[in-house]
Design a protein around this ligand. Structure first.
Ligand SMILES: Cc1ncc(COP(=O)(O)O)c(C=O)c1O
Length: 469
C-alpha cells in the first residue's frame, strides 16, 4: 500500500523478476507510483481497471491534439502502408517537402528552412551545432561560449542537460560536459528582495552583457531562452522588454539568440511560435518538438532562416545528421498535426480557452492559499504551490508537495505532470497544460477535479503537520 493513498502498488515496487517498467530506473520514492495506462481517448487516459483520468498536462506537455486523433491515426496508417522509411542521405520525400512548406508558412519570415530530428534534446543539440558551424564557416573560430538561464531546461542528452539550469544536475556533469555560462532567469514571482521585476530584468541584462565583454565577445556564440518556461520555472513568461534587451546584446556582440520552443511552440501559447509575440526581437533559430508530433511520434525540428542555411551551404554545409532525419512517418504526423491545428483553429483555442483556464485557476487561488501564483500563456500554465503565500515560502522537501499533488490527483480523476526541480530552490508547481483541443466544459471538469485534489492536499499537509499560512 502507498503511504499517501489507498492505492495498491502494482507497478514499481516489489518487481523481483527481470524486465519491468522503465520507471524502475527512477529514484525509489515511496510518495509516487505510476498508474498503468491501458488506453486513451481525447483528453482521457484509462487505467487497466477502467478508471478514467483527465490528462490535464498533455502528458509531459506533448499531446497537443489530445489522444487518438482520427486524422493523425489515419496519416500514420496510410504512411506505414505506403512509405515508412527513407533517409535524407538516400532520397527526398514528398512528406519532408510538404511539412517544410507548411512550417515555413506558419512560422513566417526568418524561418524558411527546417531540419528534422527525433525529439527536443536532439533539436537543441542541432541548434548548438548550427550556431557553431555558422561561426566556424564565417571565420569566427573562437566563438564557442553558450549562455542559458538558471533555472531552465533544454533536454536530457549530455550537452542539452549541461545547458539546462538545474543545480541538482550540475555537479554530476560539470567536469565532463561543455558547461554554459549562466545568467539568472528573470522569475516574475521571485525578484530578489528590494527589486521590482523590471529592475531585476535590467540587472540581469547588465550581468549578461558584462559577462560577454569579460569573456570577450569574439568567444561568445549564443544564448538559449525558453520564451515561456516549462517544468524548470513553472511557466515563467519572459517579457517583451527582456527579450528585446537580450536581442540587442546579441546583435551588439555577434551572438545568436535561440528560442527553445520544445514546450512552448506549435501553438501551445496561443501563437504558432511564441517568437511571434516578439516581432521586433526575433530569435535567429527556433527549436520545436513535443507538440509538433503531438506525442504520436518522436519528432524534433530546428527552424532556421533560408539566408543562413543557403549561405552555409556555399561555405561548409551543415553536414551532421542522424538515421531518423526527415523520417517520412514522423513528417506525415507533423503534416497531420499542422492540418489539425489550422483547420480546427486550435491555436486560437489555446489563446481563448487558455485565458479562461487561467482565470479559473486564479479562482482556485482565492480559495486555496497554497496557490501563490498562476503563470503562463495560452495553454502553457502552472500554479505555484507555497505553504506561506505572504512570504512565498515553498513547502519543505519532506512534504514532497508536487509528488503528493500528483498522487492525490489520481484519486480525484487527474493525471498531472509535476516534479521538483532544482531541489525546490526556485519553487514548486504543477503543470496545468491540457491538449489544445480542450473546451471550456472540459476546463470546468478539470478545475472541479483540481479543486478536490487541492482540498485533499491541504488536508494531507495539515495531517502530516506541515504549517500552511
Ligand atoms: C524546453 C525544453 N527543451 C528541451 C526538452 C527536451 O526534449 P525531449 O524530451 O523531447 O528530448 C524539453 C523536454 O521537456 C523541454 O521542455
Amino acid at each position: 500500500m502507498n503511504r499517501l493513498t489507498n492505492r495498491i502498488d502494482t507497478n514499481a515496487d516489489g518487481w523481483d523478476g527481470p524486465g519491468g517498467p522503465q520507471d524502475l530506473f527512477f529514484a525509489k520514492d515511496e510518495a509516487f507510483h505510476y498508474p498503468r495506462i491501458a488506453r486513451t481517448d481525447d483528453i482521457y487516459l484509462f487505467e487497466e481497471n477502467g478508471n478514467r483520468l483527465i490528462d490535464i498536462s498533455s502528458g509531459p506537455v506533448a499531446s497537443n491534439l489530445g489522444h487518438n486523433n482520427a486524422r493523425v491515426v489515419k496519416a500514420i496508417q496510410d504512411q506505414v502502408a505506403k512509405l515508412p522509411f527513407v533517409t535524407n542521405r538516400t532520397g527526398r520525400t514528398n512528406e519532408n517537402i510538404e511539412l517544410a512548406a507548411k512550417l515555413a508558412a506558419l512560422a513566417g519570415e526568418g524561418y524558411e528552412r527546417s531540419f528534422y530530428v527525433s525529439g527536443g534534446s536532439e533539436a537543441v543539440e542541432t541548434a548548438i551545432q548550427f550556431a557553431r558551424q555558422w561561426a566556424w564557416a564565417n571565420g569566427e573560430k573562437e566563438r564557442t561560449k553558450l549562455f542559458s538561464l538558471m533555472p531552465s531546461y533544454h533536454g536530457g542528452t549530455v550537452t542539452a542537460l549541461a545547458l539546462s539550469g538545474d543545480e541538482a544536475v550540475e555537479p554530476i556533469y560539470k567536469e565532463m560536459a561543455v558547461m554554459p555560462e549562466r545568467i539568472p532567469a528573470p522569475l516574475s514571482y521571485r525578484a530578489p528582495a528590494g527589486l521590482s521585476h523590471e529592475e531585476n530584468e535590467a540587472l540581469i541584462l547588465k550581468l549578461f552583457e558584462d559577462r560577454v565583454i569579460e569573456l570577450g565577445s569574439e568567444k561568445c556564440l549564443a544564448i538559449f531562452l525558453e520564451p515561456v518556461g516549462g517544468l524548470a520555472s513553472g511557466c515563467n513568461v519572459l517579457s517583451q522588454a527582456f527579450v528585446s534587451g537580450v536581442r540587442q546584446i546579441c546583435d551588439r556582440h555577434g551572438m545568436m539568440m535561440i528560442f527553445d520552443e520544445v514546450m512552448s511552440g506549435a501553438g501551445r501559447t496561443g501563437a504558432f511560435l511564441t517568437a511571434h509575440f516578439h516581432p521586433d526581437a526575433k530569435p535567429d533559430l527556433v527549436v520545436l518538438a513535443k507538440g509538433i508530433g503531438s506525442g504520436y511520434i518522436p519528432l524534433g525540428i530546428m527552424l532556421a532562416p533560408a539566408s543562413k542555411v543557403d549561405r552555409l551551404r556555399e561555405l561548409t554545409g551543415f553536414n551532421y545528421g542522424h538515421t531518423s532525419n526527415t523520417n517520412p512517418l514522423a513528417c506525415a504526423v507533423g503534416i497531420a498535426t499542422v492540418e489539425e491545428l489550422t483547420s480546427r483553429k486550435l491555436v486560437e483555442n489555446a489563446a481563448e480557452t487558455g485565458a479562461y483556464m487561467k482565470e479559473r485557476l486564479w479562482g482556485l487561488a482565492d480559495r486555496y492559499p497554497v496557490i501563490g501564483d498562476v503563470r503562463g500563456l495560452g495553454f502553457l500554465l502552472a500554479p505555484e504551490i507555497v505553504c506561506d503565500r505572504e512570504n512565498k515560502t515553498t513547502f519543505s522537501a519532506e512534504a514532497k508537495a508536487p509528488d503528493t499533488i500528483r498522487q492525490l490527483g489520481f484519486e480525484h480523476g487527474l493525471s498531472i505532470y509535476a516534479r521538483r526541480t532544482n531541489n525546490g530552490k526556485f519553487g514548486d508547481w504543477i503543470m496545468t497544460s491540457p491538449p489544445l483541443t480542450t473546451t471550456r466544459t472540459q476546463v470546468d471538469e478539470m478545475i472541479d477535479c483540481l479543486d478536490q485534489t487541492l482540498k485533499a492536499f491541504v488536508d494531507r499537509m495539515t495531517l502530516e503537520g506541515h504549517r500552511i499560512a
